[in-house]
Design a protein around this ligand. Structure first.
Ligand SMILES: Cc1cc2nc3c(=O)[nH]c(=O)nc-3n(C[C@H](O)[C@H](O)[C@H](O)COP(=O)(O)OP(=O)(O)OC[C@H]3O[C@@H](n4cnc5c(N)ncnc54)[C@H](O)[C@@H]3O)c2cc1C
Length: 402
């Protein structure tokens, strides 16, 4: 029997583990905490649109071992919330069974399949394996008409970051003396405007950045099919393009479907203010699997900014609940967002209306600090990890570096 079983080694999972370990340390209790995740690393998913994505990893053992959390490298295949049991498959294909007192589901989200003919030729940056495959593809493109043409599908947060960064990545690989090698990035959006979920605030800054980078925008359409070296659009036109990247829409981990409860349109489990799934006693959800209220009238978004505090509150409440301590009501820091715009800087906004605070280089410095420093967890130092795991502590100050 495990006291606290956490499924998932992403941002929500690791911070759940640390927050539970923090309560354990503070109370001198002997709660057992186990985290199941297939890989050896925490993947820094927000950086997967960058070049060399294979470096976007942090070893789990340097975070979990110092704080006494056991990592089981396995993939969970089934959850029986009624009997409080979980079955996982280890790397050797052997089944492993667990019984738990509290379960934290933190298995993240996945890109929705494109469901179009030739979808197997699409690229994406949803997982580190897929991002590495794209990076290799870009570096090994053969001569041909679509060699430096890339089509990015979806002009939401991820699509904008992929497209603007790709302009620079393709330029770095191209021969500047050869006009035929000139990069071309086409951004396709089904809605009638770029960044449909970002609202009107940052749109002028984003449009100016796309213009500056020479990115072609096709609004009100999508792609109809893909073949090696070619893509066709829903308006019937075709383009020679060796690289087509799908970014359109994510869905909560399929394990959410195994937990009794209500789900939102993204498949996320509706949780109460303490991040419990009311219909599944003993189960909490955190990160991209949880539809928690961030502020009255606003659910959390599937982003690190929410996954990290969701993890901390869930881990805290899992441990506090077992020890009969008061539970903490989820109360994240005010919402802000920063969209990377590649060589054209970034745009930083505040609040749910996304009021623009800064653009260009100033916003880019903030994005770099967040992506390269603030979202990285402390490593090796148990006291520092447990201190940072307090749900009242925000993400790390910019000066903290691994
Ligand atoms: C390209 C890209 C750019 C992004 N940019 C930003 C950004 O700028 N800002 C921002 O805030 N957010 C950004 N995000 C979103 C952010 O990365 C996610 O919201 C965040 O990673 C969610 O954390 P999580 O812990 O819920 O899930 P994840 O980080 O996805 O972790 C899920 C974990 O669960 C494990 N897992 C899954 N299934 C199983 C299973 N069956 N058994 C065991 N383990 C399992 C996985 O291996 C992984 O360890 C971006 C995402 C992408 C892909």
């Amino acid at each position: 029997m495990v006291d606290i079983l956490i499924i998932g080694g992403g941002f929500a999972g690791v911070w759940s583990a640390a927050a539970a370990a923090r309560v354990r340390a503070e109370t001198g209790s002997d709660l057992s905490i186990t985290l199941i995740a297939p890989g050896k690393d925490l993947v820094i998913r927000p950086r997967l649109y960058e070049a060399d994505p294979d470096r976007m990893r942090v070893p789990l053992d340097r975070f979990l071992t110092p704080i006494g959390v056991r990592h089981v490298p396995a993939t969970v295949s089934s959850i029986d919330a009624g009997n409080r049991t979980v079955t996982a498959i280890d790397r050797g294909g052997r089944p492993l069974d667990f019984r738990y007192r509290r379960l934290v589901l933190a298995t993240g989200s996945r890109l929705r399949p494109a469901g179009i003919p030739g979808a197997e030729h699409l690229h994406d940056v949803d997982t580190i394996e897929r991002a590495v495959a794209l990076d290799r593809h870009l570096r090994g493109l053969p001569e041909g008409p679509g060699r430096r043409t890339a089509v990015v599908v979806g002009a939401g947060f991820t699509g904008l970051e992929v497209a603007t960064e790709l302009a620079g990545r393709l330029a770095a690989l191209a021969d500047p003396a050869d006009p035929a090698d000139r990069p071309r990035v086409v951004l396709v959006e089904r809605a009638g405007e770029i960044g449909p979920d970002l609202g009107p605030g940052p749109r002028p800054a984003i449009a100016a950045a796309l213009d500056r980078l020479g990115i072609e925008v096709r609004l009100g359409q999508s792609i109809a099919s893909v073949a090696p070296g070619a893509v066709s659009f829903t308006d019937g036109t075709e383009l020679a393009a060796d690289t087509v990247i799908w970014t359109a829409g994510v869905q909560a981990s399929p394990l959410t479907a195994q937990i009794p409860g209500r789900r939102d349109a993204l498949g996320r489990l509706q949780v109460d203010g303490h991040l419990h799934v009311p219909e599944a006693p003993g189960v909490l959800a955190a990160g991209d699997t949880a539809a928690a209220t961030a502020e009255p009238g606003h659910l959390v978004l599937q982003c690190c900014q929410h996954a990290i505090p969701l993890g901390k509150y869930a881990g805290h409440n899992a441990a506090a609940g077992l020890l009969g301590l008061p539970l903490a009501t989820f109360d994240p820091a005010p919402y802000a967002t920063c969209v990377d715009l590649g060589g054209a800087g970034a745009v930083l906004t505040s609040g749910w209306e996304r009021t623009v605070l800064s653009t260009g280089d100033a916003a880019k410095q903030r994005k770099i600090a967040t992506n390269q420093e603030r979202i990285y967890p402390p490593l090796d130092d148990a006291a520092e990890i447990l201190r940072a795991a307090d749900y009242r502590v925000g993400i790390r100050p910019p000066a903290a570096r691994i």
